[in-house]
Design a protein around this ligand. Structure first.
Ligand SMILES: Cc1ncc(COP(=O)(O)O)c(C=O)c1O
Length: 449
């Protein structure tokens, strides 16, 4: 049984990077750098994204809300180890045990708190799998804000109960593409992507009095808020007298991975110890870190949000449907991308069949049904622990539960699930016209796993 307390401060990795992150660029005038954050962002979030400060006090109201579900459990998954033939221990940190069912509540609570303090009355967002939307709906309920969610239409169809849960928490939910925005009309029907759902939310919030757009992952502040995962994990492993040489998390834009992994980086830099290998587990259908390029790209489909330096497979790439909707994002967060560029982070791609098989094995062995997204992290943890060169131990973030993703497991069990990585040419086309990061030729990941 762990007895550690949730941390009183978030911990930023920014002071430990060799160089500042490349500035964002405005899409209209690529030469003119912006400060990288949207203008209507509460000042606290702007500071958390840009200041080179390491520790940030968690506001009392947010800490109280965290106390309802933190610290989250960390345990050694011995039966999972046996089932996958692990040669070293596998520890899991489980973020699924809150009302939102995932790690997303860690930043949703923080953001809702800061927006409420800034006088905002309604938060508008886009969501893929629905965990972010659910988390924001819960956080808005907690801090007295209205909440409006544009959810990727195909996900909402597959997972209608996510929508129900958001509505039960008081949110208004729209399937994206909706008929409420110009961006959806411009892009046309049939397109279902998180970039479009986000684009709809940006546009809607921009023309609604008292509303603000907010986003669950990718931004430097959301990764900061997620540091509670890694900070607790470090203490919990110490309490178990366990050491690990690999830290794994799945990557949509990078918040749960950054949350578990980056505190290990900061800790190693501070103590002068060796940093474990930080391994990002991504979907083979959106292989930005393993097959993408480090370049400037859009984060959404509106064309008005800043261009960010990121590993990307190109925001125009038509991402095929998959059960891991939370990983269906073309780019990785700029912090994760910059660290990947310096080989401080490595990556492995996993197909949805392998991910769900790992999820099923975890269910049978550990009695917890992981989200399909988290199955990617478990598959990589299994690879590393079985024969992937981890010599001391692996800790993996199980970012969410899969109790509302049973249709994915049903297809796996019925033998109907396939994995289709993108064809090389489709990626080349989508990455063709991206802008290089100044001083760097456009560089591919150059790593084959
Ligand atoms: C359960 C779960 N895990 C992982 C992710 C990926 O997001 P991120 O990279 O921000 O952690 C999502 C996103 O929706 C998710 O719902």
């Amino acid at each position: 049984m762990n007895t550690v307390s949730p941390p009183a401060s978030w911990r930023s990795v920014l002071p430990h990077l060799d160089e500042p992150l490349p500035p964002d660029q405005s899409p209209e005038s690529p030469a003119g750098g912006s400060d990288g954050v949207a203008v209507n962002l509460p000042f606290a979030l702007v500071r958390q994204s840009t200041q080179n400060r390491e520790f940030w006090d968690i506001p009392a109201e947010v800490f109280d809300a965290y106390r309802a579900f933190r610290p989250t459990p960390l345990w050694r998954a011995r039966r999972f180890e046996d089932a996958v033939g692990a040669r070293v221990p596998i520890y899991v940190k489980y973020e699924g045990g809150n009302i939102s069912g995932s790690h997303k509540l860690n930043t949703a609570l923080a953001q809702a708190h800061y927006y409420a303090k800034a006088g905002v009355k309604e938060l508008v967002t886009g969501t893929g799998a629905g965990q972010w939307g659910t988390a924001l709906a819960a956080a808005c309920a907690m801090f007295g804000l209205r909440c409006r969610v544009f959810m990727v239409g195909t996900s909402l169809q597959k997972k209608p109960y996510r929508g129900t849960l958001m509505r039960a928490l008081g949110a208004t939910v729209h399937a994206s593409p909706s008929d409420l925005t110009d961006v959806a009309a411009r892009v046309g029907g049939g397109v279902n992507s998180l970039a479009l759902a986000i684009g709809e939310a940006v546009e809607y919030a921009g023309r609604t009095e008292g509303a603000a757009f907010c986003i669950g992952s990718g931004e430097t502040y959301s990764i900061l808020h997620q540091s509670v995962i890694g900070l607790e994990a470090i203490d919990q492993l110490a309490e178990l007298e366990a050491t690990v040489d690999s830290v794994v998390g799945c990557v949509g834009a990078g918040s749960n991975f950054g949350g578990i992994a980056l505190p290990f980086f900061a800790d190693a830099a501070t103590t002068g110890t060796e940093c474990p290998r930080l391994v990002a587990a991504e979907s083979s259908t959106t292989p930005k870190l393993t097959r993408g390029v480090y370049a400037y790209d859009k984060t959404d489909a509106t064309g008005v949000s800043p261009m960010e330096a990121m590993y990307t497979i190109g925001s125009s790439y038509p991402i095929p449907d998959s059960h891991s909707a939370g990983l269906r994002f073309h780019g990785a967060a700029k912090v994760i991308s910059a660290m990947r560029h310096r080989d401080q982070v490595t990556a492995q791609a996993v197909g949805q069949v392998e991910a769900l098989q790992a999820g099923q094995t975890f269910t049978r062995s550990e009695m917890v049904l992981p989200a399909p997204e988290s199955g990617h992290a478990l598959a990589v943890a299994a690879r590393l622990a079985a024969d992937g060169g981890s010599s001391r131990g692996v800790v993996a973030c199980v970012s969410g539960h899969g109790y509302l993703d049973l249709s994915a497991y049903q297809q796996l069990l019925d033998g109907e699930l396939t994995t289709e990585p993108p064809a090389e040419q489709a990626l080349v086309t989508a990455m063709d016209r991206l802008q290089p990061v100044p001083g760097l030729a456009i560089a591919g990941s150059g790593h084959a796993f």
